[in-house]
Ligand binder design. Structure first.
Ligand code: ZN
Length: 325
């Protein structure tokens, strides 16, 4: 009896753990590929720090459980707002939005577009000061938030299909699909372009993500109705854990129905991350970074990273405990 109970709960745990953002794999890939869109004056600098930029692409997710106010920076639940308010929000700066709709409301439903705008100023300043540590930290972080804004399920209250009986779809779309198929995607994106207006560019990206949401949910539903349940998931045992995952067959069919949607959102992420870094550098007066040496992590970096890892692992243990209770 106990065993079957545990069996019923374990899949939930696994799906829950895998249910945040592009997944480690996607975020790292997006930041790494963005480096190669940069012009020569920047390419060398980012290339010699590419390990840092890649590995730290997931820091904002690790911070979600350690830093208060971090979580809302990753999404915006557009659909909780009436259409006219959605339109209005797009036009407002952070302080205007706070004044009109209150900070509590905005924080409750997510602030990703304003977070990206804020980071534009921060990264530009770091470039202007030639502050290598902050250039790299902020570049890695900004890459993360920009990529999150490109994920359709980061623009809805129904972010993990929990309101439509599609629980687990978040990790499926943004982790499982890219892990299975992104090697086949084309990431030929040309050179980074200057972003004239960061506010409208990030809102455009969020709008496109939101417009893609219908198909994300609809096709999963449709395919679930067509395929028997035992074909939808595979159950495997690993280290005594039962892991339920979307089957290869289900993943392939769904991916095909989405008609390159994941590839388009991922390409859009890479392009905008490169554009963003380039724009901040230009606005800072194009500082010369050609003769800097690769950044070495400081003790402070290492301690901070250890803290984040600890908080993140603690969170996983708590989730398991909650599920076991
Ligand atoms: Zn995130």
């Amino acid at each position: 009896m106990k065993k079957s109970f545990a069996f019923a709960l374990t899949p939930v745990i696994i799906l829950l753990l895998g249910s945040f953002v592009w997944g480690f794999y996607g975020h790292q890939k997006i930041n790494r590929l963005a480096v190669y869109t940069l012009p020569d004056e920047l390419l060398g600098f980012y290339k010699q720090n590419i390990v840092y930029i890649t590995e730290n692409a997931v820091n904002p997710d690790r911070r979600r459980y350690a830093v208060e106010g971090e979580a809302p920076r990753h999404y915006i639940d557009l659909d909780v707002y009436p259409l006219d308010v959605q339109e209005d929000l797009k036009t407002l700066s952070w302080s205007q939005a706070v004044e009109k709709y209150t900070e509590d409301t905005l924080m409750a439903y997510g602030i990703v577009p304003w977070q990206v705008v804020r980071m534009k100023y921060q990264l530009t300043e770091a470039f202007a000061k030639k502050d290598i540590r902050n250039i790299l930290r902020l570049s890695a972080d900004a890459g993360h938030y920009i990529a999150d804004a490109h994920v359709p399920l980061h623009t809805t209250e129904n972010y993990n299909g929990q309101m439509t009986d599609q629980y687990g779809i978040h990790g499926f779309w943004e982790s499982r699909l890219p892990e299975l198929f992104s090697d086949e995607y084309s990431f030929w994106l040309g050179r980074a372009d200057y972003i004239e207006n960061i506010h409208s560019s990030i809102w455009k990206a969020v709008g496109e993500s939101h417009a893609a949401l219908d198909s994300v949910l609809y096709f999963e539903k449709e395919l679930t109705q067509k395929l028997p349940q035992d074909k939808k998931f595979t159950i495997t045992e690993r280290n005594g854990q039962t892991i339920r995952n979307y089957s290869k067959e289900f993943s392939e069919k769904y991916h095909r129905m989405l008609n390159d949607q994941v590839e388009r959102r991922m390409r859009g992420s890479v392009k905008m991350v490169g554009d963003f870094w380039f724009t901040c550098w230009v606005d800072a007066g194009q500082p010369d970074l050609l003769n800097t040496s690769p950044y070495q992590s400081t003790e402070e970096d290492k301690n901070e990273e250890a803290e984040l890892r600890k908080a993140w692992l603690q969170r996983i243990l708590n989730v398991r405990r909650e599920a076991d209770d």
